[in-house]
Design a protein around this ligand. Structure first.
Ligand SMILES: Cc1cc2nc3c(=O)[nH]c(=O)nc-3n(C[C@H](O)[C@H](O)[C@H](O)COP(=O)(O)OP(=O)(O)OC[C@H]3O[C@@H](n4cnc5c(N)ncnc54)[C@H](O)[C@@H]3O)c2cc1C
Length: 341
């Protein structure tokens, strides 16, 4: 079967690889470069985070994908997969009150400040409480994309697609992140996020830190090479500016929680766009019954969880493409729920 995938971000490439492994003749169209949200993303694999709390119907999909990550990462090789787990922490009494709702939802026991510092000694003595989630892990999205690009070498065409009808294939999978909106008319909007990358001696932090500091939410994702990814702002904006206020808020919260980060070098400030949808859940399925739509499958709108949702999206979209049948897990995520199909 000849399949074209439009968009070579983490989702499109993962679908392309899955189809290739199952014998399809795959071509991926992407302008190339580092334009996708994957390049900015921290790579937290956090199925129990805010998304599940706010959008319970997403939970089964997030959990199913999280369960696939250990074997998926092993099948890719070195992609920075780290299963040390996530330590969620809160600085002030108000921060504890707000974080506790989530800990309760995730059925995590609350740890005292000193218990939290036993697990992560670099945390400030001001941190009041926390909770440990062993199933919330991390991966490096840049490494994932690099491996996937290698697997699909020779099958990636450097092209920005503007009209799906120009693509010659039996099935067209549109996985173009925020670019999916103009190609399909689906309601996908950019949700800007600014992210910092710091660099210092490896080993300051062992776990992913997901923190509330004086009403500011921040996460710190430590990599084995000493990089610490600090994220992220959430802004309903489509520009690419990095701002003084965004950087200030992130650094302030990061240093309040882990003062030792002040000695790290600030190596990168980037802004990317999460592909958001009206219900903040992805759009996964056949576009509709129009003449051209018949061959079009959409896999986009993964918003804050695209890295986490990569393995399950690749598996279920490949199933749909190759068998014509949608797994029941996809029922809640059809393009039709927005009245566009
Ligand atoms: C600040 C920030 C932090 C994040 N942190 C996390 C996290 O910790 N964990 C997590 O799970 N997720 C996270 N995400 C979300 C995650 O990055 C996205 O959900 C995911 O990257 C979506 O993957 P995608 O392939 O659909 O889109 P993208 O990664 O955006 O890739 C889309 C690709 O399509 C290409 N494209 C666009 N239009 C066209 C066109 N017309 N023709 C051809 N190609 C086109 C683009 O060039 C790009 O390569 C974060 C996102 C941001 C912005």
């Amino acid at each position: 079967m000849r399949v074209a995938v439009v968009g070579g971000g983490i989702i499109g490439l993962a679908i392309g690889r899955e189809l290739l492994l199952r014998g399809a003749d795959v071509t991926v169209f992407d302008p190339g470069g580092d334009d996708g949200a994957w390049h900015v993303a921290a790579g937290m694999l956090a199925p129990g985070g805010e998304s599940a709390f706010e959008f319970p119907f997403l939970e089964p999909l997030l959990e199913a994908s999280n369960a696939l990550w250990p074997s998926y990462a092993a099948s890719l090789g070195d992609v920075g997969y780290d299963d040390a787990g996530t330590l969620s922490v809160a600085l002030t009494a108000d921060d504890v009150a707000s974080a506790s709702r989530e800990w309760k939802h995730q059925k995590l026991s609350t740890l005292t400040g000193s218990q939290v510092r036993e697990l992560e000694p670099a945390l400030s003595p001001r941190v009041r409480a926390g909770a440990f989630s062993p199933t919330e892990r991390q991966v490096d999205p840049r490494k994932v994309v690099s491996v996937l690009r290698t697997v699909l070498k020779g099958r990636i065409v450097a092209r920005q697609v503007t009209d799906l009808s120009e693509i010659d294939a039996e099935i067209v999978v549109v996985a173009a992140g925020v670019g999916t909106a103009s190609l399909t008319g689906l309601p996908i909007r950019p949700v800007k996020g600014q992210v910092l990358r710091l660099h210092g001696e490896p080993g300051l932090l062992r776990h992913v830190i997901d923190g509330e500091a004086d009403g500011r939410h921040v996460y710190l994702v430590p990599r084995a090479n000493g990089e610490v990814v600090v994220g992220a702002t959430m802004e309903e904006r489509s520009d690419h500016f990095t701002t003084a206020g965004g950087v200030h808020d992130l650094l302030r919260a990061a240093l309040d929680l882990v003062p030792g980060l002040s000695e790290h070098e600030l190596t990168e400030i980037t802004a990317g766009h999460r592909p958001g949808t009206p219900d903040n859940a992805p759009i996964l399925g056949r576009l509709g019954l129009g003449r051209l739509d018949e061959r079009t499958v959409v896999a986009a709108g993964h918003h804050r969880n695209g890295v986490l949702l990569t393995p399950i999206t690749a598996r279920l979209i490949a199933d749909l493409v190759l068998t014509g049948t949608a797994d029941p897990l996809l029922d809640a995520f059809t393009p039709g729920r927005f009245g566009c199909a």
